[in-house]
Design a protein around this ligand. Structure first.
Ligand SMILES: NC(=O)c1ccc[n+]([C@@H]2O[C@H](COP(=O)([O-])OP(=O)(O)OC[C@H]3O[C@@H](n4cnc5c(N)ncnc54)[C@H](OP(=O)(O)O)[C@@H]3O)[C@@H](O)[C@H]2O)c1
Length: 272
């Protein structure tokens, strides 16, 4: 099985997925189709040997998997363009918040729909993607969809009821981590480190801490935190400042607020 894939919208997320597909060899360039209104984006895709269509409709006709890779407010108009061309195909939406039921209502009865929430590290082949399938999707259809996202990172299949929470955590999460990294760099600079050195040390610290967790070194992050916190030492004084500033609660609230926003986008979205 070697499904062809059509990307409607060739922005940041489509670019990450196309790169992953080509790098991993999951799909050859002549099996990938795109449409984007921007000539610059079309040129970028053409330069990689990708087939560029003249419209969303044409791209949708060519693909077995049709990926809605546009911002949520644009999804409705794209669905109207392709609604007669996606029977027997798998329509895959990466748009935040828009539920399968609402996508389904804008497409012919029985259309196979999958919703995905990938994240920006897909660009570095380190993405986290959660997938939920609509009721007409066959397990065989999911093989191609999973392969698409496994080409850019790790994949979990989850009930759709969890997708807004996933959006708040791993979808928006990279920005939260970038902010934390930026703040740590400033801390190093405030203590007298040259900015370049502070940036490099911060990045390595984040990657090192994540690697310890990923390799199962001690299990829960709290266990690892306790292990590096000596009584009366430097780290406990720093941790006390973070707790006093409410950093833990701030991260919890950030994920919750982003998840709520995803829910609102879904409620407000109308395919008119
Ligand atoms: N980037 C992420 O980290 C991320 C993470 C999770 C989910 N997503 C989801 O992925 C989707 C795409 O996000 P993105 O970051 O790739 O956005 P993006 O970089 O803005 O890409 C969207 C592309 O679609 C094009 N476009 C606009 N109208 C179109 C139309 N009618 N038909 C076809 N293409 C059209 C845009 O062109 P113009 O710029 O000329 O308008 C742009 O090139 C969004 O729904 C987002 O929620 C993104």
């Amino acid at each position: 099985m070697n499904p062809s894939i059509a990307f409607l919208g060739a922005g940041a997320m489509a670019e990450a997925l196309v790169k992953g597909l080509l790098r991993s060899g999951v799909c050859l360039p002549d099996r990938i189709f795109v449409f984007d209104p921007s000539e610059t984006r079309r040129h970028l895709m053409r330069a990689q040997g990708i087939q560029v269509a003249n419209s969303n409709q044409e791209a949708a006709q060519w693909g077995d998997i049709v990926v809605l890779c546009v911002k949520p407010p644009v999804v409705g108009s794209v669905l109207r363009e392709i609604r007669n061309d996606v029977r027997d195909k798998t329509v895959l939406s990466v748009a935040a918040g828009i539920p399968i039921a609402r996508l389904s209502a804008a497409l012919p009865e029985g259309t196979k729909i999958v919703r995905a929430m990938p994240n920006a590290p897909a660009l570095a082949a380190a993405g986290a993607t959660a997938l939920s399938e609509g009721r007409h999707v066959h397990p065989d259809d999911m093989i191609g969809v999973k392969a698409l996202f496994e080409a850019v990172g790790r994949v979990w299949v989850v009930p759709e009821s969890l997708l807004d929470a996933v959006t708040g955590l791993s979808g928006s999460g990279p920005a939260f981590v970038f902010l934390a990294i930026e703040a740590m760099v400033e801390g190093g600079v405030k203590c007298g480190l040259p900015r370049e050195l502070s940036s490099a040390l911060t990045l390595q610290t984040f990657m090192g801490a994540a690697a310890m967790l990923a390799q199962g070194e001690g299990g829960h992050p709290a266990v690892l935190k306790d292990r590096v916190t000596s009584p009366g030492g430097t780290t406990t004084w720093g941790l006390y400042q973070l707790e006093t500033a409410g950093v833990r609660a701030a991260f919890i609230s950030a994920v919750e607020a982003a998840a709520k926003r995803a829910q609102e986008i879904g409620k407000d979205w109308a395919c008119t």
